[in-house]
Design a binder for this molecule. Structure first.
Ligand code: GTP
Length: 235
């Protein structure tokens, strides 16, 4: 198995499905089913989820709120999504553990790296909530950091687009999708894969990223079975 231990990054905004706000039950269930599928094959799955469907720190700043304060609110938003995903997974019969970067003992274990790894080895899906626990970092950075900490083989970034394009495919009809691209090319071409902090962490630690469309059921399994969907970023 090429990628045994994976870190799956899910976007909070994708959880909205067709709704304007919050969590779409069909969407979160579809995610849970896809995760169950790959876990049954024997992949060890850790997950970081964003919070943009509920709250965004950056927007709060635009409205006059202190950035740090807004970022902490965003971290709480990721916990709401993490709990919803935990529940969706468990109703699909998947064993899970939720760990939070900010201590909230009544609802989640604290983040303890060695415990997280043990959970993975025992076949539990581990969800990491509350980002990195620090303001000024995105959940993409949390995904990179946790992936490196748990020695994941790959980050799978599930998004609404099916990979990385030469230009914005919605604006440029001639845009083509990369099957593979190096970290250096992404820098050089100024392509937007993750924020630079998150991206650089992956590059420096030689952790490949696969960007793919998670909203098409079955895609997660296809990516891991080596089908050429999405875009692979590597050194
Ligand atoms: P093992 O060490 O493999 O037995 O792992 P385990 O997670 O089954 O053991 P543990 O006894 O630590 O946890 C039992 C349950 O309690 C699990 O559902 C954990 O997620 C949960 N749990 C453990 N620590 C905490 C905590 O600090 N807060 C909360 N809310 N739940 C916790």
């Amino acid at each position: 198995m090429k990628y045994k231990r994976i870190l799956l990054k899910l976007s909070g905004e994708s959880l909205m499905g067709s709704k304007q706000f919050g969590i779409d039950n069909d969407r979160i269930n579809s995610y849970a089913k896809q995760i169950k599928e790959i876990q049954n094959i024997g992949h060890e799955v850790a997950i970081v989820i964003g919070g943009g469907n509920i709250f965004r720190g950056v927007q709060a700043e635009e409205g006059g709120m202190d950035r740090t304060h807004g970022d902490y609110m965003g971290m709480l938003a990721t916990m709401i999504n993490a709990m919803a995903l935990q529940s969706a997974l468990e109703s699909n019969g998947v064993k899970t553990r939720l760990q939070s970067a900010i201590e909230m003992k009544a609802i989640a274990e604290p983040f303890i790296r060695r415990k997280a790894v043990r959970h993975l080895e025992k076949g539990r899906v581990v969800i990491f909530g509350a980002g990195t626990g620090n303001p000024f970092f995105t959940t993409d950075s949390a995904a990179s950091l946790r992936a490196i900490e748990i020695n994941a083989d790959v980050i799978l970034k599930g998004t609404r687009v099916d990979g990385i394009y030469t230009a914005d495919p919605e604006k440029d009809k001639n845009a083509t999708k990369y099957e593979t691209i190096t970290f250096d090319e992404v820098y050089k071409k100024g392509l937007n894969v993750m924020d630079l902090t998150a991206f650089t962490l992956c590059k420096e630690n030689n952790l490949p990223i696969i960007v793919f469309n998670m909203d098409t059921p079955g895609n997660l399994e296809k990516v891991l079975s080596g089908k050429t969907i999405g875009t692979l970023v590597r050194n």
